[in-house]
Design a protein around this ligand. Structure first.
Ligand code: 2AM
Ligand code: CA
Length: 273
């Protein structure tokens, strides 16, 4: 089986398995803080994907949110970057609005990205040069939009902290309106499919954005950190995702003026994965 078909196959199987496990009691633990949750299903799903990949492709390397590949410090060879459940708080509280996110890179070059909305059974997928698809339907290249007529997705937490409120509240004020979905992977997929026009957040890990980034870029969207640099696949990053015109408008008029403060936040926050 071709690698791409294998990727889709195991993603759909993992989704099916998550849906079944929702009928059983969840075991919930906290990680770095009381709101940073992980469940037995996150761990079982990463283990399932890890074992399937290693059985078929023993030489492939895997970076996963729940601990796989912590020793990986370069992008040589085939690398899978996996979030078994992106949007764990939604998974725990809502039993919906979460996704499996997978990006595959070969020697650092994009090979394929998947974001699978498990409960809605919607598969977003892309391979560079082949287009991006939502359940088999090709997604259109993104058109430029202006902030005044755009929907911007942002976690409202960023508007409650003094040091980020000043940067981000003017963006929300000038946008047509704001949304917050609670799954970065779905935010990327929604930018790619035109449901929203931009997604902005200050800290994501590679597993949160690897799959979605490939999908957005395949429809001509721009994905950078908030200093305007390409994302680092081996570290945490700040994020701005949007169609090209809106990305420029938000960077030039709202974010770049705070470059110095953002550089400080980056040097404090993003050194380590
Ligand atoms: P997760 O559910 O896989 O942990 C929620 O706003 C989004 O940000 C989710 O995609 C979530 O991924 C991610 N996220 C939550 N806490 C985070 C943190 N401390 N650093 C980076 N990403 C985080
Ligand atoms: Ca996760």
């Amino acid at each position: 089986m071709e690698l791409y078909d294998f990727l889709k196959d195991i993603t759909l199987q993992a989704g099916e398995s998550i849906r079944k496990q929702l009928n059983e009691p969840l075991e919930i633990e906290t990680k770095s803080n009381p709101n940073d949750l992980v469940t037995n299903v996150d761990k079982a799903t990463e283990a399932f994907l890890y074992n399937r990949i290693k059985t078929s492709y023993p030489e492939h390397r895997i970076i996963g949110e729940e601990g796989s590949g912590q020793e990986i410090d370069n992008l040589d060879g085939v690398i899978w970057i996996i979030d078994p459940i992106d949007g764990t708080l939604n998974f725990v509280h809502q039993q919906e609005n979460f996704a499996i996110s997978i990006g595959i890179f070969i020697d650092g070059k994009k090979y394929a990205g998947i974001v699978y909305d498990v409960m809605k059974d919607i598969l977003f997928e892309a391979r560079p040069g082949y287009g991006a698809y939502k359940n088999g339907e090709k997604l259109a290249i993104l058109e430029d939009s202006k902030l005044t007529t755009s929907l911007v997705s942002m976690n409202p937490n960023w508007l409650t902290k003094d040091f980020t409120q000043e940067i981000y509240s003017p963006i929300i004020k000038d946008a047509r309106s704001a949304r917050s979905y609670g799954s970065a992977a779905l935010d990327f997929a929604y930018v790619a499919s035109g449901k929203i026009n931009a997604y902005i957040t200050l800290r994501l890990h590679p597993w949160d954005f690897a799959g979605g980034m490939i999908i957005v870029e395949e429809v001509g969207g721009y994905v950078t950190d908030q200093l305007g640099q390409p994302l680092n696949l081996l570290a945490a990053n700040s994020i701005i995702v949007a169609n090209k015109g809106l990305h420029h408008e938000i960077m030039d008029n709202y974010i770049t003026p705070f470059q110095e403060r953002l550089e400080q936040l980056h040097s404090g926050n993003f050194k380590k994965r």
